[in-house]
Write a protein that binds this ligand. Structure first.
Ligand code: 2IT
Length: 445
């Protein structure tokens, strides 16, 4: 395989799909050696087949806002690869959503889901619908319109959507309700459902808890712990909330959160009351973090800035793709950060990852760190299939076990000659081998 040639070909075919090409580039670079050592992959054109989604559904959603005006949005579902299980991945609702972003997320999801040890393929969906400032009624009408198209191609053994940015418990409720009405069956086709109608305990916390369990294992490799560590987070949504809860429980001090409007520095650290307040902020649909500083006077709001200039031991980006660039990485390293655990999907740019690798500080990519979210989705599917509910302790123990196995896979495939763990390599190789071997077993399809 020649990574450059493949990327040039993809760029010609899919011009301007920057995020998608970035995600493919990172994976191909990591697996190049192993791919070339195994000619059976090349013979079956595994890469050429893996980089193109199995199929993409694009559709229009028409809905009526509170003022009686007709609104039009575009919706997508990218069914990327189902070699190891039904298509699985979230629905992103954000004005930035386009095909490049959903293809990058779907591609990442293939390897992430493979790492979870559960049988799930990779997919992603979403819409350019902007939830900011929308009423509950508007959100419901949009979600129902979205499902009027999506329901045709999903199913409990076909494709199982879930939440992502802009899609939480409320949105999943509206979407699942419409799915049931159209399909006339209660099959658990979504994950992230409410506890009373098929949801799993720990699913809301899973991405943040899993990410923190994974980071704890990164610390373990240096005989280090969370106790007394200063931790910088970005974002203020569901993922940030879960990380803040678990980091605080482990004795770390969370000093930053952020939004599109800027970041909050809270030198006292987030406590239970403040972490609870994050849920209110998210539910307000305003997508700004500044009200936190009005609520808690010891906090300072820095408009228009990112939190990466603040000195910390551990940085955990939890917001969105490419939120931490090369300059941010240089600042973090200069200020003494020792660990970067990416909880957002592709939160760090390639330049930032390069800075971390050169400085030999431990950096782990989103597809490993945040896999706890989709892992508990997989556990929700298992519970639905068995028509029973596991206890909180049972789900949490399985989550810990899964994050441990992902960390072990990263060590197995990512440890360099000098002992440094390249988590990017480890995660990509482990995920790739599983999917590629499944594709080989199943013939040319
Ligand atoms: O990025 C992700 O892994 C998610 N948004 C969760 C996907 C899922 O199916 O639970």
């Amino acid at each position: 395989m020649n990574v450059k040639n493949i990327l040039n070909g993809l760029e010609a075919k899919h011009p301007g799909e920057q995020e998608y090409l970035q995600a493919v580039h990172e994976v191909l670079e990591s697996i190049e050696t192993i791919y070339n050592e195994n000619p059976q992959y090349e013979a079956a054109k595994i890469i050429e087949r893996l980089v193109e989604p199995d199929r993409i559904l694009t559709f229009r959603i028409s809905w009526v806002d509170d003022a009686g005006e007709v609104q039009v949005n575009i919706g997508y579902r990218v069914q990327f690869n189902n070699a190891i299980g039904p298509y699985k991945g979230g629905i992103r609702l954000h004005p930035s959503v386009n095909l490049s972003i959903l293809k990058f997320l779907g591609f990442e999801q293939i390897f992430k889901n493979a790492l979870t040890t559960l049988p799930m393929g990779g997919a992603k969906g979403g819409s350019d619908f902007n939830p900011k400032g929308k009423s509950d009624g508007e959100i419901m009408r949009f979600c129902q319109g979205f499902m009027l198209e999506l329901w045709r191609i999903i199913g409990p053994n076909t494709d199982v959507p879930a939440g992502d940015i802009g899609t939480g418990g409320r949105e999943i409720g509206f979407m699942y309700g419409m799915y049931k009405k159209l399909q006339m069956e209660n099959t658990g086709v979504f994950t992230g459902k409410g506890l009373n109608w098929g949801g799993s305990l720990i699913r809301p916390e899973a991405t943040g808890f899993g990410g923190t369990y994974f980071t704890k294992q990164m610390l373990d490799t240096k005989k280090d712990t969370f106790k007394g560590k200063i931790v910088s987070l970005s974002g203020f949504g569901n993922v940030t909330w879960g990380v803040a809860l678990k980091v605080t429980e482990f004795g770390g001090k969370v000093v930053t959160i952020s939004g599109p409007d800027g970041y909050i520095y809270d030198k006292k650290g987030l406590d239970a009351e403040k972490i609870d307040y994050l849920l209110q902020l998210r539910a307000s649909n305003n997508d700004i973090v500044s009200p936190y500083a009005e609520e808690f006077s010891e906090a300072i709001f820095y408009p228009g800035e990112k939190p990466w200039g603040v000195a910390c031991d551990i940085a955990m980006p939890c917001a969105t793709q490419n939120e931490l660039n090369g300059d941010d990485a240089i600042k973090l390293v200069a200020n003494g950060a020792k660990y970067v655990a990416e909880v957002s999907n592709m939160g760090c740019t390639p330049e930032a990852v390069d800075v971390f690798h050169k400085a030999k500080i431990l950096y782990a990519p989103g597809k490993a760190v945040n896999a706890g979210g989709v892992a508990v989705s997989g556990l929700e599917m298992s519970q639905n299939a068995m028509k029973l509910n596991w206890t909180l302790e049972e789900v949490d123990a399985k989550l810990v076990q899964i994050m441990t196995s992902i960390h072990e896979a990263c060590i197995k495939f990512g440890t360099q000659d000098d002992g440094y763990i390249n988590y990017v390599k480890g995660a990509n190789i482990a995920g790739f081998i599983k999917v590629a071997d499944a594709m080989l077993d199943q013939g040319i399809i």
